[in-house]
Design a protein around this ligand. Structure first.
Ligand code: SAM
Ligand code: DTB
Ligand code: SF4
Length: 323
C-alpha cells in the first residue's frame, strides 16, 4: 500500500471527496493547480495517439459504446488490422509529436492467437522509439505477464463510473471483473492506465465514487483518462443529459488532488469543448491528451487545431519517460 508520508493516499472517504467537490471553484482550482506544479512541469503535456486495431461487433453491452454489436450505430466492422498499417499510423503519429501509441480492440477479452499478433505490433511500435499502450478488454494473469515480457509499457482498462452506477451502464461484466484485470496488469508490472467517463447521466455521488475507486486502488494508476461521454447516435446514451462543463473541470481538479503524481488525461469529448474550457482543464491538472483526428471510432479535434491550442497556451509535448 502507498504511504501518507509521500502525499499519496489510498484511504479516501466519499465525505472527504464530496468536500473537495464542494469547495468554491477558485479554491478548488487553486489547490489543484498548486499540487499539479509540485509534481509536474505545468508547461508540458504528454501526447498519445490512438488507433483502433479491431473495430466493432463487440459482444459487450457498454451503453456508451458505438462498437457494441447490440446497437445500430452504422459503424463498419473491421477485423484485426495488418502490421504494416499499424506501423504506418504509428510513424505518422510519432512524426506529428506523439510519444505514445495506444492500440484499442473491440474485444471482451483477447484470444491467445490474437494476442500473438498484437505482440508483434507492440514490438514494431517500440522499434520506432515510442511508448506503447494497449486496451483489449479483460486479461488473465498469464496474458498480462506475456504482454509485459513483450515490452508493453501501459495497459488501459477503465472503471468507467462508480460501482453503483456501473450496473446501469454495463451488464455483461462486473466491476469485480474490471478490478481483477487491473490487479493482473498491476501485478505483471505494467503501467496502469485507468479512468472513467463523465457525462453519462451519473450523479456527483457517482463521480465521487469513481474517483474514490481509482484512488483507493493498491497503487494509483500511472495514467488516469477522464473521458467526457461522446454521445453516439444509436447507443442507449445518445440522449444523455448534458453536464455543466464546470463540473467536468471540477472532476479533473479533484482527480489531480487525489492522485497527485498520476498523469491525468483530458481524453474523449474534446471536439465539443471550447479552447477556454480545455485551458481550464489543463489549469486544473490535466497534463495529457489524445492527439490526431480520430479517437478509436469517433472524431478528435483536428491536429492543426490542437497545435494551435497548445501554442496559444504555451504548452509543449513532454518527452517520453526513459526506457
Ligand atoms: N474493449 C475494451 C474495453 O472496453 O476495455 C477496449 C476498448 S474500449 C472502446 C476503451 C474505452 O473507451 C472504454 O473503457 C471507455 O471508457 C471508452 N469509451 C468508449 N466509448 C466511449 C464514448 N462514447 N465516450 C467516451 N468514452 C468512450
Ligand atoms: C480511454 O479512456 N479513452 C480512449 C482510450 N482510453 C482507449 C478511448 C475513447 C473512445 C471514444 C469513443 C470512440 O472513439 O470509439
Ligand atoms: Fe466492447 Fe470495449 Fe465498447 Fe464495451 S467499451 S462495447 S467492451 S469495445
Amino acid at each position: 500500500m502507498q504511504r501518507e508520508s509521500t502525499g499519496i493516499r489510498n484511504d479516501w472517504t466519499r465525505d472527504e471527496v464530496h468536500a473537495l467537490f464542494g469547495l468554491s471553484f477558485n479554491d478548488l482550482l487553486f489547490q489543484a493547480h498548486r499540487t499539479h506544479r509540485e509534481q509536474f512541469n505545468p508547461r508540458q503535456v504528454q501526447i498519445s495517439t490512438l488507433l483502433s486495431i479491431k473495430t466493432g461487433a463487440c459482444p459487450e453491452d457498454c451503453a456508451y459504446c458505438p462498437q457494441s454489436v447490440r446497437y445500430e450505430t452504422g459503424l463498419g466492422v473491421e477485423p484485426l488490422v495488418e502490421l504494416d498499417a499499424v506501423l504506418e499510423a504509428a510513424r505518422a503519429a510519432r512524426d506529428g509529436g506523439a510519444t505514445r501509441f495506444c492500440m484499442g480492440a473491440a474485444w471482451r477479452s483477447p484470444k491467445d492467437r490474437d494476442l500473438d499478433r498484437v505482440i508483434e505490433m507492440v514490438q514494431a511500435v517500440r522499434g520506432l522509439g515510442m511508448e506503447t499502450c494497449l486496451t483489449l478488454g479483460m486479461l488473465t494473469g498469464a496474458q498480462a505477464r506475456k504482454l509485459k515480457d513483450a515490452g508493453l509499457d501501459y495497459y488501459n482498462h477503465n472503471l468507467d463510473t462508480s460501482p453503483e452506477y456501473y450496473q446501469e451502464i454495463i451488464t455483461t461484466r462486473s466491476y469485480d471483473d474490471r478490478l481483477d484485470t487491473l490487479q493482473q496488469v498491476r501485478e505483471a508490472g505494467l503501467n496502469v492506465c485507468c479512468g472513467g467517463i463523465i457525462g453519462m447521466g451519473e450523479s456527483r455521488e457517482d463521480r465521487v465514487g469513481l474517483l474514490v475507486a481509482l484512488a483507493n486502488l493498491p497503487q494509483h494508476p500511472q495514467s488516469v483518462p477522464i473521458n467526457h461521454l461522446v454521445r453516439v447516435a444509436g447507443t442507449p446514451l445518445q440522449g444523455a443529459e448534458g453536464l455543466d462543463p464546470l463540473e467536468f473541470v471540477r472532476t479533473i481538479a479533484v482527480a489531480r488532488l487525489m492522485m497527485p503524481a498520476s498523469v491525468v488525461r483530458l481524453s474523449a469529448g474534446r471536439t465539443d469543448m471550447s479552447d477556454e474550457l480545455q485551458a481550464l482543464c489543463f489549469f486544473a491538472g490535466a497534463n495529457s491528451i489524445f492527439y490526431g483526428d480520430r479517437l478509436l471510432t469517433t472524431d478528435n479535434p483536428e491536429a492543426v487545431r490542437d497545435r494551435a491550442l497548445l501554442q496559444r497556451l504555451g504548452l509543449s509535448p513532454s518527452a517520453p519517460a526513459p526506457a
